[in-house]
Design a protein around this ligand. Structure first.
Ligand code: C2O
Ligand code: CU
Ligand code: CU
Length: 448
């Protein structure tokens, strides 16, 4: 399939729910990838490209992803944000890794509209950095009309003087996470995007970096948030910046711009207390001649019922911390344990989790397979209601989330989405069980 796989050929009209099968072949393989004219890098790719092909489907479709592993090491794919069955989650507690030369078929229904992504979930610190990730766009029946839609997958790569991937690992990288100075949008180093004056575009933005926080600015202009990692918010919210930790997505509407404008798509200065970054460019937007606009952004996008009252009582503490280790430099912990096994949760029982960051640096908390709502951050309710699967937890802070385990029993996971912290132990497996009595089977231990 092509990267620009278009939905024009789709047999269903946009007004009816779809139930088609969308079949995609993804071959994980090494390939030379040109990140800028004349600058080629040996990457690990899906189908020879970085990012892998954008997978597009409609709510209700069944996605069939046939992974063939042509790498020299095992791999799996995780579909980040999709409410799929546990067996399709791509972690090693639910499937054996796919050995070199082997294949695996993922098959699941996609129940929610939004901007998701897929990525390797084995030896992630290396495999995702080398390019094994791609966007996954699920469209609902009633999407706002825009003049153009783009998917922008942000990433950074850490290269050495020869322009190859710098050596992986080491104490500093394991502690802070791997950040690099080559900033990519859709696999291109600081590319130019051309937009037409007078038009409004919808940008679906994914942060696929191992560790870099993107404090997104569109040339300091105002733009509207349409959705977060869990799909639409209730109504567009105008802002001039948004923080995207690793793993997170944001859906925005930009424009209209005036002809001749040159706008820098930047990440503003941010201190995550494990490396401070100044303002840095990801891309340049050039505004060409004016085109007619037929964009129609509704005032209301959907209704989100609050899952829990503000005074909901916490029923689980998830403590993120770190400790010095003579062997590894830093151990990353959940509830004082590396690679933690957390208590089971029961289908239908509202979860109110207090995620405490007892460490000195930011950690992006990610829950597999379920959306949550943030209740409060250090006691303060967020500016708007949203569904999400990833949330930044600032140092010495508490973020309370509410989520409801629907009837998808099995093994699940949560972790810090700084991939080096996940690998360094800041993760937990837990089971979703149908009744309280059947839970807490022994679980195989899993490190990624
Ligand atoms: Cu994108 Cu286990 O995560
Ligand atoms: Cu995930
Ligand atoms: Cu972390």
């Amino acid at each position: 399939m092509r990267a620009d796989h278009s939905f024009a050929e789709h047999p269903h009209a946009a007004s009816e729910p779809s139930q088609s099968e969308v079949v995609i072949d993804l071959e994980a393989r090494a390939a030379d990838w040109e990140i800028a004219p004349g600058r080629t890098l040996r990457c690990w790719t899906y189908n020879g490209q970085v990012p892998g092909p954008t997978i597009e489907a409609r709510v209700g479709d069944t996605l069939v992803v046939r992974l063939k592993n042509s790498l020299d090491e095992p791999t799996t794919i995780h579909f980040h944000g999709i409410r799929l069955p546990s067996a399709m989650d791509g972690t090693q507690v639910v499937q054996p890794t796919v050995a070199p030369g082997e294949s695996f078929e993922y098959r699941f229904m996609v129940p929610d509209a939004g901007t998701f992504w897929y990525h390797s979930h084995h030896n992630e610190t290396v495999q995702v950095e080398r390019g094994l990730y791609g966007a996954l766009v699920i469209r609902g029946v009633d999407e706002p009309v825009v003049d153009r839609e783009r998917v922008l997958v942000l990433d950074d790569m850490k290269l050495n003087r020869k322009g190859e991937f710098a050596k992986f690992g080491g104490w500093v990288e394991q502690h802070t996470g791997r950040e690099g100075d080559v900033r990519l949008v859709n696999g291109q180093s600081e590319p130019e995007l051309r937009v037409s004056a007078g038009q409004m575009e919808r940008w679906r933005i994914v942060n696929a970096s191992n560790a870099r926080y993107v404090r997104l600015s569109v040339g300091d202009r105002r733009f509207s948030i349409l959705g977060t990692s869990g799909g639409f918010i209730e109504a567009p919210v105008e802002v001039s910046e948004v923080l995207l930790p690793p793993g997170d997505r944001i859906d925005i509407v930009v424009g209209p711009f005036a002809e001749g404008e040159v706008i820098s798509l930047d990440s503003l200065a941010y201190d995550r207390h494990a490396g401070k970054r100044n303002r840095e460019r990801f891309a340049t937007v050039r505004v060409g001649t004016a085109e007619r606009s037929s964009a129609m952004i509704p005032d209301r996008l959907r209704t989100i019922e609050p899952l829990a009252p503000n005074n909901a009582v916490t029923n689980r503490l998830v403590k993120l911390s770190e400790r010095l280790s003579i062997k590894r430099g830093t151990d990353f912990l959940i509830n004082d344990e590396m690679h933690h096994t957390d208590k089971p949760v029961t289908v239908g029982e509202l979860q109110i989790w207090d995620i405490e960051n007892a460490s000195h640096m930011d950690h992006p908390f990610h829950l597999h397979g379920f959306f949550f709502q943030v209740i409060d951050v250090n006691g303060v309710a967020p500016a708007f209601l949203a569904w999400q699967d990833t949330v930044n937890v600032p140092p010495k802070s508490h973020v309370r989330i509410a989520w409801m385990p629907d009837d998808r029993p099995g093994l699940w996971m949560y972790h810090c989405h700084i991939l080096e912290h996940h690998a360094g132990g800041m993760m937990a497996n837990f089971e979703v069980v149908r009744t309280a009595e059947t839970g807490s089977k022994a679980m195989p231990s899993c490190h990624t």
